[in-house]
Design a protein around this ligand. Structure first.
Ligand code: SF4
Length: 151
C-alpha cells in the first residue's frame, strides 16, 4: 500500500461524498436531473472512480475544493486543512457529440455514470415522483424530461 492509498481510506471517501465538492469553475458536464441523485461528478481518486455531489463555490461550506482540471482531466482536491489530493475527472464520452438520424442527441438517450457505467431510463415517470411527499427527495426525473435533456 503506497502513502496515497493509506490516506484515501473509505472514511475519506465517505467524508467527501457527505460534504460534497466545491468546484473552482462550474462544470457544464456534471450530471443534472434524471432519476436518482443528480448534481454529481465522477472523480477518480487513487484509481477508484466515485460519484461526488458538487456545489458552486459560493453555495456551500464544504472543506473540499477541486482545482480547474488540466489536460486529460488531471486535477487536485484541496482540503481546508491544507492537504492536497491528486484526482482526475473522466472525460466526456465521444458519443455525447453524436445524434440519431432524426436528430436526438445520444446523451439524451443514455448517460455515462462514473467512468464505465452506461445508464438509461426507459420509463421517464414513476409512481412515487408524482407525489413530492412520497418521492425520493433528491430525484429530478421530471425536471430533466421537461427541460428536454432526456426523452
Ligand atoms: S422518485 Fe422514482 S424515479 Fe426518482 S429515484 Fe425515487 S424511485 Fe427512482
Amino acid at each position: 500500500m503506497n502513502e496515497l492509498s493509506s490516506f484515501i481510506s473509505p472514511q475519506f471517501i465517505t467524508e467527501l461524498q457527505s460534504q460534497g465538492l466545491r468546484l473552482e469553475e462550474p462544470d457544464k458536464n456534471a450530471r443534472r436531473g434524471g432519476a436518482g441523485p443528480s448534481d454529481l461528478k465522477a472523480v477518480t481518486i487513487d484509481g477508484r472512480t466515485v460519484m461526488i455531489p458538487i456545489f458552486k463555490s459560493s453555495e456551500n461550506e464544504s472543506p473540499f475544493v477541486a482545482c480547474t482540471p488540466k489536460e486529460h482531466g488531471i486535477s487536485y482536491i484541496r482540503h481546508s486543512s491544507g492537504r492536497v489530493i491528486p484526482v482526475s475527472f473522466p472525460s466526456q464520452p465521444r458519443f455525447y457529440d453524436l445524434k440519431t438520424s432524426d436528430g436526438i442527441p445520444y446523451s439524451h438517450i443514455a448517460t455515462l455514470h462514473s467512468s464505465d457505467v452506461l445508464a438509461t431510463t426507459v420509463l421517464q415517470s414513476c409512481v412515487r415522483y408524482t407525489n413530492r411527499k412520497k418521492s425520493c427527495q433528491f430525484c429530478a426525473i421530471g425536471q430533466s424530461l421537461e427541460a428536454g435533456r432526456t426523452i
